[in-house]
Design a protein around this ligand. Sequence first.
Ligand code: NAI
Length: 253
Amino acid sequence: MHDNQIALITGANKGIGLTIAKNLAEHGLTVLVGSRDLANGETAAQGIDGDAHAIQLDVTDQASITAAADRVRDEFGRLDVLVNNAGISHATPWEEMPGNTFEERAQSGQLSKVSLDELREIFDTNVFGALAVTHAALPLLRESPSPRVVMVSSGVGSLANASQPGNRYRAMFGAYSASKAAMNAITVGLAISLESEGIRVNAISPGFVATDLNNHRGVLPVEEGGKDAIRLALQEGGPTGTFTDQDGETIPW
Ligand code: NAI
């Protein structure tokens, strides 16, 4: 059995996921850098100071998820931390839509306009992907003395906030926000159904962070955005079924 705690972070080849991976490795955890493209994951893992290993993982591909879980079992025997970080804001990445402004992209996601294909693709990654990886990871998490799952959600998925007329994210509530609201529902449901087993499941919002996800329109550095995911990933014991921002403050569901 591996002495280090083992953490798997999905979509950890860049952005907030990479920051989380670096930080957990600095804290002495063995970090599994989930990446759709194994080569990108290997490059990211090489840049991490500590025990980091790339692992091929596309959260929308069940064969990839199963193979990743099998590899974790064979090589490490268990999982202590799962961070469901992989996410998309639109079906088409920014670089394939030159000229589109942030505002135009946000508008196109509004629920009265968005195509069902676009919505399905976003949900496939942000909602069903996170749940599929969690399902595959559960037998490995059950081998841990202190298992925890962190869902990288978003404050824009707060239905309570979106229902407040003065809320600044209200006008932006679209397909991406709906997917994060669904991720929040899954977080609550998983927390309830895993409570008796001591598997903690919490959701966080990184804040508005400058990454490829928003064409670097975000205002916070990745180190700031990763803070609360790192807190929960390192915390043995503690609450389950919470939703907090980058400063650990509660966000209403
Ligand atoms: P990013 O675009 O830099 O990173 C997203 C990561 O997810 C990449 O590594 C990408 O390859 C991966 N990914 C996408 N689809 C995948 C799939 N099917 N399988 C595996 N990996 C996949 O963006 P960022 O900002 O680092 O996003 C990380 C998480 O933070 C996402 O869940 C996002 O929704 C969330 N978030 C980000 C905010 C921001 O302002 N940047 C605000 C709120 C939440």
